[in-house]
Design a protein around this ligand. Structure first.
Ligand code: SAM
Length: 213
């Protein structure tokens, strides 16, 4: 798939078409009813239902966490014996059981602060739903997206315990095969997941690395 196919179906979040789809989206309606901050909650719930990544006691990092639906799901599942460390460039409203840092993950100082928060505790799981602000230039957007994915993979390499897992959103297109190969060298198995709540027309897909070497 060529890079230019990747983002062209994105609609502006102020367009009438986006608004119409958004208010009629069953996942948006469910999220409102269930108290989740975003429909993305159902992507993580579906993946977790199948792969049992998050359990009572799990220690995990949520990269690109705002507005916070994945952190909400995770905090509930890890319970009082687990912990959720979250980071986003945007502010995020407090969630019980979640330690949050606001900052740009590309900056060394932000990474250092986040690492301080973990305090050398090796993680069971890293989940990453980060996506850069779209510029409209598909080649630039794809490159920016994979840069964030590379940083997330480095973070997983440095902070996951052996046997740990890594779930990350990527966009199919330029850079996908190379990234998949890197994941395969770090994890014993790498699988793809396309949960029902992930819109079909989006080229996003989730990669799940299990059993960090
Ligand atoms: C799709 S949203 C995540 C939704 C989240 N999983 C949820 O369930 O609420 C992607 C997030 O990535 C964040 N992001 C993008 N670039 C970032 C960066 N350089 N550093 C930290 N967060 C970033 C955005 O601010 C945005 O909140």
């Amino acid at each position: 798939m060529k890079a230019h196919t990747v983002f062209m179906v994105q609609r502006s979040k102020s367009s009438p078409a986006w608004m119409h789809e958004h208010v009629n989206d069953p996942y948006v309606q469910r999220a409102q009813k269930d108290g989740y901050r975003a429909r993305a909650a159902y992507k993580l719930l579906e993946i977790n239902e199948k792969d049992k990544l998050i359990k009572s006691g799990t220690l995990l990092a949520d990269l690109g966490s705002a507005p916070g639906s994945w952190s909400q799901v995770a905090a509930k599942l890890v319970g009082p014996s687990g912990q959720v460390f979250a980071l986003d460039i945007l502010p995020m409203e407090r969630i019980d059981g979640v330690d949050f840092i606001q900052g740009d993950f590309r900056e060394d100082e932000v990474l250092r602060q986040f690492e301080n928060l973990l305090g050398n505790r090796p993680l069971d799981l890293v989940i990453c739903d980060m996506a850069p602000n779209m510029s409209g230039n598909a080649v630039t957007d794809q490159a920016r997206s994979y840069y964030l994915c590379e940083l997330a993979l480095d973070f997983a390499r440095n902070h996951l315990k052996p046997g740990g897992s890594f779930l990350i959103k990527v966009f199919q297109g330029a850079g996908y095969q190379e990234y998949l190969a890197e994941m395969r060298s770090l994890f014993q198995t790498v699988q793809t997941r396309k949960p029902d709540a992930s819109r079909n027309r989006s080229s996003e897909i989730y990669l799940l690395g299990k059993n960090k070497r």
